[in-house]
Design a binder for this molecule. Sequence first.
Ligand SMILES: Cc1ncc(COP(=O)(O)O)c(C=O)c1O
Length: 410
Amino acid sequence: MTTQQKAFLPYGRQSIDERDIAAVVDVLRGDWLTTGPMVDAFEADFAVASGAAYAISCSSGTAALHMAALALDFQPGHYAVVPAVTFSATANALRYCGSEVIIADVDPATGLLTTDTAMAAIHRAVSDGIDLSRIRAFFPVHLNGQCVEILELAELAAQTNCSLVFDACHAIGSDWYDLDGNSHKVGANLGGAMSTFSLHPVKTVTMGEGGVVTTDDADCAERLRRLRSHGITRDPACFVEKSQAFDSDGEANPWYQELVELGYNYRASDVHCALGRSQLTRLDAFVSRRRELAARYDSLLTSYGNFLTPVARTASCNPAWHLYAVLIDFALIEKDRATVMRQLAAEGIGTQVHYVPLHRQPYYRQRYGRTKLPGADAYYERCLSLPLYPTMEVDDVDRVVDALAGVLSK
Ligand SMILES: Cc1ncc(COP(=O)(O)O)c(C=O)c1O
């Protein structure tokens, strides 16, 4: 088979099998297409898989981030710290609330927010005249599936009186280690923190489109459930307008529901949850396969150290690699990234850049001006995500590395 005839390897793709199809078809044949039992069943399984007490499903990772910001009562005049290297949705969720984003630098070797870069962002904001009391949360991102330093950031959040929302959209299946070396699942939240997940097709498990917020706080979980469904409650204990809510015997009226705050229709249907639940049964297998393929990349890429390295590894995490990102010194090889990507595509290899940093996006540039974030710029200028998904073969990894070596040396 010639190179041209070989299958195209995208940078990521879903792995759907007959069990997933059967699970979806079962729901289609049943009584509930939405707000049915599959939603509860998926949420129960997701809570176990992520290590959280509560998992609240929703229509996307973006909706999950927005719901988390709403549950923290983000409003105009409030600020949150968000790393520059992330998908725009992390920051956009705050803007949906009318709140402002303090774009923080990242470690140039990992792309991750650190306590130092978060503190530097706060100092910059305060020197720009922002009142410290208006900075209300950090939204760190577990980029590529690698966790930020969870305990250090939790300590910083406590010191600065801030909440924590971990954008774990890349990280279902990742584990992090505490100071005693004990391992915790990525959604095992500390105190009142929330974690948000995406189940978009390129992610480790998919529901087509979908998202989840996890929390250990029962009240927060209840609020999230209400926010994803218009802000309406059907719980008589929460009814405010007693005279219209209850009959003369004190029984709640059977039709009655109350809109207690402004929410959204961010629900995930039973159809989506059936797919997500079926996929979750293979989470461990997907994660092991991703780790195996990443290890193969690692072993093949050691010899390119002067101009190409995998993103640096953090000590306190066992990542469920969502992306396999490398850092390439394009200046040293005297070839620009676009040319490398096009030449790889011609060899049947898809790559992508995750991400154009927030401070370079026109929307945020117009709003906050030009911000100097050297760590994020250095990461962005060098990063490239190579193909990684469970149905890839080890031979495919070898093919990618051979093609990359060829393209970089030409
Ligand atoms: C880091 C990060 N945050 C948020 C999102 C938004 O998730 P969704 O596409 O499910 O809305 C994504 C999705 O690509 C993401 O990668």
